[in-house]
Design a protein around this ligand. Structure first.
Ligand code: SAH
Length: 468
């Protein structure tokens, strides 16, 4: 049977103006209103506000509209600090007070858990967020700035406008650490002073050289790792030398390493396979509590150093270790969570699919003199079925959540506790529902706000067998 084309809604029309109240939030922090029972999504509008909007897309059951004017403002509305906050895809919540950001995140997790996860509505969520006085800014320890051209052919670095590949120039990002911004600006000043457009990668024509500037910073040592992602290893030797010399001079006490990453392909993927060291090291050292970690450029590492310890402490609290347990640390990255808990466990078995991270994890165990941790390079879903039995299973998957095969293995392995660290409440809730089929119940959950100013949400959950 042929599918009927989706009909537009008859009450609403594209480009027309409407006034109504915003009553809730969508997954991305956008406001939602229900004029005449229809559903309209309005970016940068806040719950409780009366707004005037212009409809931009009308579908049968829901549509999108652009905020034209806030007629009655929420008391929690604040002026975004960043001039490009509404354009760049990075900080979706800058128009909300920090208190309102936390409330949005908590309600988003609550809604997902109760609606998608089948969790009882009486669940009380814990919440950990920024608790300082200077404002929840300048926290990120990792940056990937695309380099390219603006509409007038000017050489720029900054961020992609949401859902496009147009670069909006930005050399002072308020959620990055100031040292990261400073290094990017210095590199861009050198590139611009060279006055040679062929130094810069043109994504549309697939010509040029410098594609991205990738940086990591360690909060505990202040060290910086700088990587220029370029199309060719041999071209632009003079500029490469100049950047290396000027960075090592200007930031002599901070630069730990400078490298090239070679990405010759016509692709959206940022990093290519080959790294060439220009100066110093390819790893950076950081610490969470007493545990020190070496982190390679391409390995995953938590981006908010002010919250990582709080996150791991909560995961450790939920794991409830007393020195006798065997723990699986699945999706372990550079071994961070497992090594953080190793002192209170009998044995840690980490599994991670990214080979560079597994090498880092093994080195990190040695670096800390930890002898009861082993690390396996494989997918969690492949490896788990042949691991020795665990008392506690920690999972920290990427946004798509756990593979169904892994849920089955964990469910059948009957660990006493499952600690689920998640960066996506929807897949977390789906997996909690799947685990409930094996008798597991959500006992505790804590929203940990790692991503200040942005819509992203981190949650730690404790699940155990319903009758325990
Ligand atoms: N727990 C770590 C890393 C979490 S990020 C920390 O707190 O730092 C998720 C990690 O899962 C990444 O390192 C990613 O490389 C890895 N990964 C992605 N898919 C995987 C899979 N199917 N099996 C195992 N690891 C995977």
């Amino acid at each position: 049977m042929k599918e009927e084309p989706e009909k537009a809604n008859h009450l609403f029309e594209k480009n027309k103006t409407y006034e109504f109240e915003i009553d809730s939030y969508g997954n991305n922090g956008e406001g939602i209103g229900h004029p005449d029972g229809y559903t309209l999504f309005v970016k940068h509008a806040m719950a409780g506000e009366m707004v005037r909007v212009k409809a931009t897309k009308i579908k049968k059951n829901y549509g999108y509209a652009r905020l034209e004017e806030v007629l009655e403002s929420s008391p929690e509305r604040v002026k975004p600090k960043c001039p490009i906050a509404n354009k760049c895809g990075g900080c979706d919540l800058q128009h909300m007070s920090y208190k309102a950001q936390l409330a949005f995140k908590k309600s988003q997790v609550y809604d997902c858990l109760t609606r998608l996860g089948g969790v009882d509505k009486s669940i009380k969520l814990e919440m950990l967020g920024y608790d300082g006085t200077e404002g929840a800014w300048n926290y990120r320890n990792k940056a990937q700035f695309p380099v390219g051209f603006d509409r007038d052919g000017g050489i720029v670095s900054g961020f992609y406008v949401a859902r496009t590949h147009d670069i909006i120039p930005c050399e002072e990002c308020y959620i990055q650490h100031p040292d990261i911004n400073s290094v990017v600006k210095k590199i861009m000043d050198i590139i611009r002073a060279e006055g040679d457009a062929s130094l810069v990668y043109d994504e549309k024509k697939h010509t040029g050289w410098l594609r991205h500037i990738f940086l990591r910073r360690s909060e505990t040592t202040g060290e910086l790792l700088v990587c220029l992602v370029v199309t060719d290893r041999d071209k632009q030797k003079k500029t490469t030398e100049k950047i290396t010399k000027e960075l090592t001079e200007k930031y002599s006490d901070k630069i730990k390493g400078i490298c090239l990453n070679i990405n010759p392909d016509e692709t959206n993927v940022i990093l290519g396979e080959e790294f060439i060291t220009l100066f110093g090291d390819t790893c950076i050292e950081d610490a969470v509590g007493d545990v020190r970690y070496d982190i390679s450029l391409q390995s995953f590492y938590q981006v908010n150093p002010y919250m990582t310890k709080k996150l791991y402490d909560k995961a450790a609290e939920y794991a409830g270790l007393d020195g006798t347990q065997t723990v699986w640390d699945l999706y372990c990255g550079v071994g961070t969570i497992g090594l953080y808990m190793a002192g209170k466990a009998s044995k840690i078995i980490g599994v991670e699919s990214e080979p560079s991270a597994v090498i880092d994890a093994k080195n990190n165990a040695k670096k800390n003199g930890i002898t009861n941790a082993e690390f396996i390079c494989d997918s969690a879903e492949n490896a788990a079925s042949s691991l020795e039995k665990a008392d506690v299973v920690v999972v920290d998957p990427p946004r798509k959540g756990c593979d169904e095969r892994l849920i089955e293995t964990i469910g059948n392995a009957h660990p006493d506790r499952i600690v689920y660290v998640s960066c996506d409440p929807a897949t977390l809730s789906r997996d909690i529902k799947r685990l409930s089929e094996y008798g597991y119940e959500l006992k505790k959950a804590c929203v940990v706000d790692q991503f200040w100013q942005s819509r992203h949400v981190e949650t730690v959950c404790l699940l155990s067998l319903a009758d325990k």
